[in-house]
Every structure is written in structure tokens, then in C-alpha cells.
Design a protein around this ligand. Structure first.
Ligand code: URP
Ligand code: ZN
Ligand code: ZN
Ligand code: ZN
Length: 464
């Protein structure tokens, strides 16, 4: 039925104002003052912000990785996302070298269909660029609506692609209208440093960080950006963790290259010292790129504030501590990389960013939703509050203080990277296309209600 959201403060990437929002048939049909409540369900947002639903550009749900599979799937992962104020995710579909891309896409549809509680799209990883792959790419974009490709410069002998592949992907993406995403770390150098450390008996989780120094994230970022400039193409650097990578992006942009950067909650709040926790607990904090020395956090905040970084993704990639992270007991290189982040993405950026005066409220919306929608072909269907767009809305209480714990989070994973930490701000109710998914902090959504979204080409708007 029709709903009117009353008394809230509407926040977009550009404006903050008091207004009522009328929702009809899944879209926003009116924004104004004193909208009639007759025959309409009234939702009181007094004292709350109303944000466009969060869009998470970076998730790995039910993904095989490091000899195991991520714990959260499209059901638990999207439920947790919704609790956290996210109404759309873009998940990474992994292709296998030598296999048709359409098989990989089919596999990802099977994982998600009938499970997701919010809308979703896919990025597609490219491991090699053969004639067969080049022949398939146009239909991946036009028919499948997958308009972003991911190339890994790390994870040697597993996911890593070579420079030729990256360059060819950039060239193809320019021709076809896609955005190329990179995991930027020099996998060859890492492989050498890891083997050397293990041969010296250095097996603890902290050596994960020490064998992936920030110089080689900076180097890979600069290399990818150089290729993007040379190919006159477009590049999006995922999970930027450190000063060296921020500098590489800034330098490329100063030359006029089209290079975008994403960072994630873990890099803003946690640091390298967490990997030194005793009893193997450091394994909970193993990400690639790794958590950095704390001083890098100021550089990342500055980059978010000044526009050198552009989006905020979760890099949700959860593994249980028991049984999964423990695969790396006695050998840090066998610890599955990644952590649970999908649920806390908005709260962390709001609490640490907006509340602490590091970014504005409108920048918060831009980083968590609007800019993501624009870069990934979802705008304006998703990513803003305006008449005619999807009623994906978050009613957010900006004053509530809460302590994070695995006991109370909604992800399936057995630990929280933020256990015991306190943040300010929490989604109270969340709507996806006009229907409540979260209502007064209770899940009221439906498994399978989420729709797959075929996205517009890079640089184009979504045709409604
Ligand atoms: O450690 C991480 N980031 N795991 C997820 C896979 C990736 O590299 O994004
Ligand atoms: Zn209804
Ligand atoms: Zn990565
Ligand atoms: Zn990732």
C-alpha cells in the first residue's frame, strides 16, 4: 500500500531538508510538506535522517576462496546488509580461466536467485583475455547487464592476472562501455616475500601484513592507473588501504586519467597492530591489502573529505574464526583473506566520519550510495531521493549509541571485527522498492524479494 514517511530530514548527496515522502508502487511519487495521510500508511521519521538506501559496490557472498567458501551467502549477507541500511549490493562473480563467462554468470544467478532480500547486481572477474572472452564481452554488457569487470593483480597462481590481461581488459572496456576494477597489489613480489618469511619460520598472522608492504600496493595502483591513462580507459581501484595508493590515484587524476578509488570500514578503524593479537586471534584481521600502520587512517580520511577517494565499499568476505580462519594455524598464508563488514558499513562511516566532523552528511550519502550508483550504472533508479526513483530508503537514528558484537549482529559468521566497539547511529527502518525490509529494527523482508539489476553502461544513466 501507499506509505508516507513523515517528519524526517531528507539527506541526498547535495541537499538536506525537512520533507515528507510519499511512496507508491515501489517508487517515490511525491516529496513535499504536509502530505496527506488519508488512506495512507504513515511512517514517523521524527528525529531521524532519511537517506537513499546504501549501495555496497563490493561484496563476496558464497564465494569459494582460500580453500573454503565465504560464510555469508545471498540470504544472510543481504539480510545483514539491510539491517545496516544497504538496499543494493554488487557482488563479484568469479569466472574460471578457460570456461565461458556465461557459465560463471549462471553460477552466480543460482547462488542469489530466490535468496537475496534486497536488489543486487554483479561485477565479473576476468582472469585472461582470449578471443573467446573478447567475443563474449559484448553480450555480458548488453544482455547480462554486467558493466564492470574485475582484474586481480595479486593472489599469484589463483586469481592473479598478468599485465597483458589488465591492459587488454582496459582497452575492451573503453570500447564497450565498462568500468575496470582492480585489486592493486604486486602479487609476484608478495609471493616472494611470503615464501621467504615462511622459510624463516615466520608463521604468525602478523607476517601477513609484513609480507604485503604498502609500497607494493602503491606500485600496483600506479601501474594500473598508468595503463588506464595509456588506454584512455577508466579504472576503479577497490579497497584502497594506504597513503601510497592514495598518492598514486591522486597523481593519475592530476594527469587527467579517469581513476576512481574505494576504501572500506576496516582501513579507517582498525590497524596493523590487530594482527598481533595472541592465540591466533590476529587471523580475524587478515585482509588483503592488510590493515596498515595507524597513521594511514588520517590520509584516508583526508582523501574521502577532499574527493581523492570516491566510494565506500564493505569488501564483505566473511569466514568463521573456528574452522575457516583456523586453516592458517601454523602458516599465515593459508588464512582465508577477508572479513565481515556488510552490516556495519554505514554506521562506521557515519559515526567515525560525520559525527567526528571528518566528512559532511552529504558526503556520507555520496560515498555510501549516490557516487556508487553513478559509477556503476544504477543512477537515478538507485542512489538518490527524488520523484520517480525506487523507494529504497533508510530511516536512520543519528543519536543512538550501540556496541557491536557477534552476539547481536545478523551475519552468519562467528565473530565481529568490531567486537565491543561503540558507534553512534543506526538504521531504524529500511525500505526496498517501497516495502519494509527492516521495520523498527526487526527483519520483515522476504527471502527472494531482491531483484537482479541489469546495469547501464559506464558513463550512462539507467533508463527507467
Ligand atoms: O581480503 C580480502 N580483501 N578478501 C576479499 C577478496 C578481495 O581481495 O577483495
Ligand atoms: Zn505495501
Ligand atoms: Zn581484493
Ligand atoms: Zn573484495
Amino acid at each position: 500500500m501507499k506509505k508516507v514517511i513523515k517528519n524526517g530530514t531528507v539527506v541526498t548527496a547535495t541537499d538536506t531538508y525537512e520533507a515528507d515522502i510519499l511512496v507508491e508502487n515501489g517508487v517515490i511519487s511525491q516529496i513535499g510538506h504536509n502530505l496527506s495521510t488519508e488512506g495512507v500508511e504513515t511512517v514517523d521519521a521524527n528525529g531521524c535522517y532519511v537517506f537513499p538506501g546504501g549501495i555496497d559496490p563490493h561484496t563476496h557472498l558464497e564465494m569459494p576462496f582460500g580453500g573454503t567458501v565465504t560464510k555469508d551467502d545471498f540470504e544472510t549477507g543481504t539480510m545483514a546488509a539491510a539491517f545496516g541500511g544497504t538496499t543494493t549490493i554488487i557482488d563479484f562473480c568469479l569466472s574460471n580461466k578457460g570456461e565461458p563467462l556465461k557459465d560463471a554468470i549462471q553460477t552466480w544467478h543460482q547462488k542469489s536467485k530466490g535468496k537475496a532480500v534486497i536488489d543486487y547486481g554483479f561485477h565479473l572477474s576476468i582472469g585472461e583475455v582470449t578471443d573467446a572472452v573478447l567475443n563474449e564481452l559484448p553480450s555480458v554488457i548488453e544482455k547480462e547487464g554486467i558493466t564492470s569487470f574485475k582484474v586481480f593483480m595479486a593472489y599469484k597462481n589463483v586469481l592473479q592476472a598478468d599485465d597483458e590481461t589488465l591492459y587488454k581488459t582496459l582497452v575492451a572496456a573503453k570500447d564497450l562501455g565498462a568500468l575496470v576494477m582492480v585489486h592493486a597489489e604486486n602479487g609476484d613480489v608478495i609471493d616472494f616475500l611470503v615464501k621467504k618469511a615462511l622459510s624463516e619460520g615466520k608463521t604468525e598472522p602478523i607476517y601477513h601484513a609484513l609480507t604485503r608492504p604498502q609500497e607494493i600496493e602503491g606500485e600496483a595502483t600506479e601501474r594500473a592507473a598508468t595503463f588506464a591513462g595509456l588506454a584512455n580507459s577508466q579504472l576503479y581501484v577497490v579497497h584502497v588501504s594506504c597513503a601510497d595508493a592514495v598518492q598514486a590515484i591522486t597523481k593519475a587524476r592530476e594527469k587527467g586519467y579517469e581513476v576512481w578509488g574505494e576504501t572500506c570500514p576496516q582501513y579507517l578503524v582498525l590497524d596493523q597492530s590487530y594482527l598481533e593479537k595472541p592465540d591466533f586471534e590476529g587471523a580475524k584481521y587478515v585482509w588483503s591489502p592488510p590493515l596498515r600502520e595507524k597513521w594511514n587512517q588520517d590520509v584516508l580520511w583526508n582523501a574521502l573529505r577532499t574527493g581523492q577517494l570516491h566510494t565506500f565499499g564493505s569488501d564483505q568476505c566473511s569466514f568463521d574464526f573456528k574452522g575457516q580462519k583456523e586453516l592458517g594455524l601454523g602458516d599465515f598464508s593459508k588464512i582465508p583473506n577477508g572479513g565481515p563488514m556488510i552490516e556495519e558499513r554505514l554506521t562506521v562511516l557515519f559515526s567515525e566520519g560525520v559525527k567526528k566532523g571528518r566528512i559532511t552528511l552529504n558526503q556520507f550519502v555520496n560515498l555510501t550510495s549516490t557516487r556508487v550508483a553513478k559509477l556503476f550504472g544504477l543512477y537515478p533508479k538507485k542512489g538518490t531521493i527524488a520523484v520517480g526513483v525506487d523507494a529504497d530508503l533508510v530511516i536512520f537514528d543519528p543519536n543512538i549509541e550501540r556496541t557491536i558484537s557477534a552476539e547481536t549482529h545478523h551475519m552468519a559468521v562467528d565473530y565481529s571485527a568490531f567486537e565491543g566497539m561503540t558507534f553512534i547511529g543506526e538504521p531504524v527502518s529500511v525500505l526496498s522498492r517501497g516495502e519494509f525490509v527492516i521495520r523498527n529494527k526487526e527483519f520483515v523482508g522476504k527471502q527472494g524479494a531482491g531483484q537482479f539489476i541489469k546495469r547501464a553502461k559506464y558513463g550512462e544513466t539507467y533508463k527507467m
